[in-house]
Every structure is written in structure tokens, then in C-alpha cells.
Ligand binder design. Structure first.
Ligand SMILES: [Cu+2]
Length: 160
């Protein structure tokens, strides 16, 4: 009798953080901006940059939201024009790495900086940026994955 009580208590203490994490993940998805609901983001847009950084293959896509949201209403007052999506894989095994902290700094030729945290969603990390000015933008992405290493990737994106 006592033994089973302890066992149940142990099970609960293990299970609880997991469920709360899952619940948090869900609410994140619910509050996510459009584009993360129905379709897989990574299937849209072209690969803007891909590189292997210290054993991790990083793939970046920059998605022009207007182009991909044809027929859908853009939320009023939204100045973000592009969605930056980042996907990470173990370069050796090809296994998707979906847990981590990802930040990106986007800077245009006008030197205006936009730094945002990329949120985990549907197997990739993403955030929206304002790339409404035509021209070159530098994108610097800093990502900390489960192995505890901080990696960087940098590329240029030209907004047309
Ligand atoms: Cu996304």
C-alpha cells in the first residue's frame, strides 16, 4: 500500500512538468500569428541560406507573407512583411533539432536593427520582420540548442 503511494507520487512529480510544458507549447501555437496554423511554413518560400555550423545543419527561409497570404486578410496595423523561418538538423543523422533558443538580428542598409526571438513552431523556429524597404538585409542568427553550444549563422537577404 505504502509502496504504491510513493510510486504514484513519483510518477506525478515526473509527469507534471511534462504536461505543463506541453500545455505551454499549445498556448504558444494558439497565439501564433497567421501562417502557423494550417500549412507547414517550411514548405513555402525558397531557402535563403543553408550552412553547417559545428555539426548542425541550419536552413533559413525568408517568406514574403503578402505573397503567400493571397486572398487572406492581413491583420491591420501589422508592419511585419516577412517571416523568417529557421530549421536545424543534426548534420550527421539528419535528425531534426526542435528544442532551443533562437534569436535573429536583421539589419537593413539604413542601419535599423530588428532583433527578435524566434519561437518554436511545427518543427522550425520563426518570427516576423519588417523588410518593407527594398534592398539588402544582413541576418545574423544566434541559436542555442540542446547540446548547450551557442552557434551563429549569417547571411544576406535582398528584399525586392
Ligand atoms: Cu514559422
Amino acid at each position: 500500500m505504502k509502496k504504491s503511494t510513493i510510486l504514484i507520487a513519483t510518477l506525478f512529480s515526473v509527469a507534471l512538468p511534462l504536461t505543463s510544458f506541453a500545455a505551454m507549447d499549445h498556448s504558444d501555437h494558439g497565439s501564433m500569428d497567421m501562417g502557423h496554423g494550417g500549412h507547414g511554413m517550411m514548405e513555402m518560400g525558397d531557402v535563403a541560406h543553408q550552412e553547417v555550423v559545428d555539426g548542425v545543419k541550419a536552413t533559413f527561409k525568408v517568406i514574403n507573407m503578402k505573397e503567400h497570404m493571397k486572398g487572406m486578410e492581413m491583420p491591420k496595423g501589422m508592419k511585419e512583411t516577412h517571416h523568417l523561418a529557421a530549421e536545424f538538423q543534426d548534420a550527421k543523422s539528419g535528425k531534426a533539432l526542435t528544442v532551443g533558443e533562437v534569436k535573429a538580428k536583421v539589419q537593413g542598409t539604413d542601419k535599423v536593427e530588428q532583433t527578435k526571438e524566434l519561437m518554436g513552431m511545427q518543427g522550425h523556429f520563426g518570427a516576423d520582420f519588417d523588410l518593407s524597404k527594398k534592398g539588402k538585409y544582413s541576418v545574423i542568427c544566434k541559436f542555442l540548442l540542446k547540446d548547450g553550444k551557442v552557434r551563429n549563422a549569417k547571411f544576406w537577404y535582398t528584399a525586392k
